[in-house]
Write a protein that binds this ligand. Structure first.
Ligand code: GLU
Length: 421
């Protein structure tokens, strides 16, 4: 076996999902806050388009369906004000796969903040790239700072690097302010680093105010996105990369690898994705309601957890919270719980609540941190109830109790668990 792969376990997000399904199958009550899967249905016009295109059976161009590449470029022009054309777009079977291929074809080091999504580092390990984890602090919401980036780049200014910036962030739920983005872009430009801006949760900014960093460093930024999160279509596996002209050499190298591996992305899914990227009033309404629900839910959970002493930054987008049980260190250690891994195992066994240990996101094992994905609710039901609640009226905890009872119960169980530690 390739040494880079030896001992590599199943990715944490997928293994917690399989473990949760297995526990449920055994009849146990499980609150599935492990895997970050959108609870919302795929918008109806997009589903209709998929049905209408079920007959599409031919291989499509390696870089993607021409019409889809155009729609993705147009979408970014409209919402981010960046002048892309269809030629800048590469379609793949999930942005995860595209990231892997990028790390494969690009020779530079991978630079990521801690915490970061579970798969960036293993992908770099598989492809044999060096990984630099940059420290962050709870005080600034675990965000990457330009100072830390500068400190690293200054040590070896000419070293080729790819920095992954992900926001709204998985696992923290935080995002970046315009000034912060500008400052990070300045450092990346100064050291000619490639910035891979993972904006898969961009549409799920809770206030609909996502800004792409590509605006401030267009020549060095690749924007990564896809249908999985905002369109509720993780299982459809469709991802997008947008390249500036100066990085076409990477686009072409990635397409060559694609042509020798997955060939092209599923044809019916690409046809349906055209409809998704065209947006329009119905999809805008859908997104507005998704954001509204996620915002009230994230803030509710954060508030309840904070009352017990658990530290948690306020969520600004997506559906994650990165929670910290360090204030309970003494009690946890007394019970033989000395890592975030053990913490999550005990929590699952004793309460049925499945969350992922901070360790899986590159945090030190002995830090009692964990990611909670607030996705275990019936998204279709919650959506139609939200639609019937006037936009002027706040969704409240009564709404959550009715339409997301498992989320409320899981929050309650975590609170009770720490109170009797
Ligand atoms: N991105 C999601 C998560 O972090 C799930 C998909 C995956 O990891 O492949 O939970």
């Amino acid at each position: 076996m390739n040494l880079n792969v030896r001992g590599l376990p199943l990715s944490a997000t997928l293994s917690i999902n399989e473990k949760s399904v297995e526990l449920q199958r055994q009849g146990k009550e499980v609150f599935r806050l492990g895997l970050g899967q959108s609870p919302f249905p795929v918008p109806q016009p997009v589903v209709d388009e998929l049905k209408a295109n079920a007959f599409q059976k031919d291989y499509l161009p390696v870089m993607g369906l021409r019409e889809l590449r155009g729609a993705v470029a147009e979408y970014h022009r409209k919402f981010h004000g960046i002048d892309y054309t269809g030629s800048d777009v590469l379609i793949g079977p999930g942005s995860k796969e595209l990231m892997f291929i990028l790390l494969l074809v690009y020779y530079g080091d991978l630079v990521i903040p801690t915490p970061s999504w579970v798969s960036y580092a293993p992908q770099a390990q598989i492809t044999g790239r060096h990984i630099h984890w940059l420290p962050t602090s709870l005080a600034n919401g675990l965000r990457l700072t330009p100072e830390e980036l500068e400190k690293l780049c200054r040590q070896d200014p000419a070293r080729p690097r790819v920095i992954i910036l992900n926001y709204p962030n998985n696992p923290t739920g935080c995002t970046y302010k315009m000034e912060e983005l500008k400052a990070i872009a300045r450092v990346a430009r100064k050291y000619r680093a490639i910035l891979l801006s993972d904006e898969i949760y961009g549409e799920l900014h809770h206030l609909g105010q996502h800004v792409s960093i590509a605006r401030f460093y267009p020549e060095g930024t690749i924007i990564s996105g896809g249908l999985s999160k905002w369109c509720g279509a993780g299982g459809w596996r469709l991802g997008t990369f947008l390249f500036p002209k100066s990085l076409y050499w990477l686009r072409d190298a990635m397409a060559a690898v694609a042509s020798e591996t997955y060939t092209s992305t599923s044809a019916p899914i690409q046809y349906a994705a055209v409809r998704a990227f065209k947006h329009g009033a119905e999809i805008e309404r859908y997104l507005m309601q998704c954001r509204r629900i996620l915002r009230v839910m994230g803030r509710y959970i954060a508030k309840q957890l904070r009352k017990t002493g658990i530290a948690v930054p306020d969520p600004e987008g997506g559906f994650y919270l990165f929670i910290n049980f360090n204030p309970f260190r003494e009690q946890l250690i007394k019970r033989g719980i000395d890592t975030s891994e053990k913490l999550c195992t005990s929590l699952l066994e004793e309460t049925g609540v499945a969350i992922l240990p901070g360790q899986a996101f590159g945090r030190p094992g002995e830090e009692f941190s964990a990611r909670l994905a607030y996705v275990d609710f019936d998204g279709a039901r919650a959506l139609s109830a939200a639609e019937q609640t006037p936009a002027s009226k706040h969704l409240d905890s009564a709404f959550l109790k009715l339409y997301a009872p498992k989320i409320v119960a899981a929050t309650d169980r975590i609170c009770r668990w720490v109170s009797v530690l």
